[in-house]
Design a protein around this ligand. Structure first.
Ligand SMILES: C[S@@+](CC[C@H](N)C(=O)[O-])C[C@H]1O[C@@H](n2cnc3c(N)ncnc32)[C@H](O)[C@@H]1O
Length: 201
């Protein structure tokens, strides 16, 4: 599955990208395996058809998601940083994965371009608190529309910054805290009711 990568190591490449654009990358190291498992383990991935990942970076969540998803599932990874997208394309060879250079705010257009109508789950690696003003709300609005009824928006952050943005847009928000990360990671699962009306209903 994995082929050669261009960068000397994922961690060094990630750090280089942080120094290029600290506000957009938002962290000096990729997310720890404790936070990844903490966010993904509670979900039953059986039968999940379409997942979107925002801000995959060097792909620590992407690889774990692909191990969990079935053979017919699709994973769409969207990152504004074209170097991260190139990195993913060069390092993960999996026909279920589509990588797109673009903003999470354009998730609906990106899905439509791939012939997909909605996502069962959207996973965010975005540094919401340091994104340019207005972008975070645009991403929240587009995500709430793009998620299939019964699905959820999964977020990991180092603060509760996103909570007031999730509350008006989702039906139920579960929260968790992973102490084994430095600093501790806050996890959010923002659910859309299964009987929620979809925009095209
Ligand atoms: C904290 S890094 C997370 C990387 C990786 N998911 C991880 O957990 O290690 C944030 C990522 O979000 C990307 N990003 C920032 N703003 C974005 C946006 N509006 N749409 C898509 N990706 C964005 C950055 O380029 C970077 O790859």
């Amino acid at each position: 599955m994995n082929t050669a990568v261009k960068a000397p190591s994922p961690s060094l490449f990630f750090l280089q990208q942080f120094f290029r654009d600290p506000r957009m990358v938002g962290s000096v190291i990729p997310t720890s395996r404790f936070a990844i498992r903490g966010l993904l383990d509670p979900i039953d991935w059986t039968g999940v058809r379409c997942v979107v990942e925002y801000g995959p970076g060097t792909g620590v969540f992407t690889r774990d998601l692909l191990r969990r998803l079935g053979p017919d599932a699709r994973l769409v990874a969207i990152d504004t940083n074209a170097l991260f997208v190139d990195y993913l394309r060069d390092s993960i060879a999996d026909p279920r994965l589509n990588c797109a250079t673009g903003s999470a705010a354009d998730v609906e257009d990106i899905l439509a371009g791939l012939g997909l109508r909605s996502a069962d789950f959207v996973i965010s690696g975005l540094p919401f608190s340091t994104l340019p003003p207005g972008i975070a709300n645009a991403i929240m609005d587009a995500t709430a529309r793009a998620i299939t009824p019964g699905g959820a928006f999964l977020i990991y952050q180092y603060s509760r910054f996103v909570l007031p943005m999730l509350q008006p847009r989702f039906d139920r928000i579960d929260q968790g805290l992973i102490w084994r990360c430095v600093p501790p990671a806050r996890l959010f699962w923002a659910w859309k009711n299964a009987d929620a009306l979809s925009d095209d209903a």
